[in-house]
Design a protein around this ligand. Sequence first.
Ligand code: 5RP
Length: 236
Amino acid sequence: MSGELSPIDKAKFVAAKRATDFVEDGMRVGLGTGSTAAWMVKCLGERVRKEGLKITGVPTSTRTADLARSLGIKVVSLEEAKWLDLTIDGADEIDGDLNLIKGGGGAHLQEKVVATASDRMVVIADAAKEVETLGAFPLPIEVIRFGWRTTQALVEEMLISMDVLGRDVTLRMQGDAPFISDEGNHILDLHLNRIGNPRELALVLNQVPGVVENGLFIDICDTVVIGHGDGRIETR
Ligand code: 5RP
């Protein structure tokens, strides 16, 4: 399945494959979104096909749902599954406390709901995602379309009041049009450079009217599986 991969894809693949070892017969599994999560779904699909593994998957995006179904994985909604044994997902940044920035793929709202409804969240990533301090990757926040410019202005004011250094807030685009999430919302990307207090920022951002959810995952991730381009894997 992995064929001849570039070092970055190899790193993502080995992390994804190792994480599927956590999946046991009968489990209800949250399926993340993104290129690393797509490898994980493919590895699970292979186990379903070759070993007859029986799992129920709850996807975190229409992209992942389509992929999982195409590979023969049983897919249900979170309403049907209610609670999950495990969620496996990628991340854009991971700090030393296993706090994350997610949402580079615009799916962090469903990803956070699904991960929070799971006994365990396992994050899979290539080594470049590990950082000392979160914030070099733009922090996504999902906002409702109604009055999004006002929400943007309120978020900018809030960043000034919190003395956050980078305050550039941009509307995510897809081609010439604003990006629309699976939930029908826009995404604002916060270019902060450095997030001194991610826990506080996560709480404050969600208090701004119009903000649905931010991409900071604080105390949600339990385990991280890091892949390297030479095939090495580290778990912490
Ligand atoms: C999507 C996400 C992804 O998990 C994150 O962007 C990492 O993606 P990739 O595995 O492609 O680097 O949060 O909303």
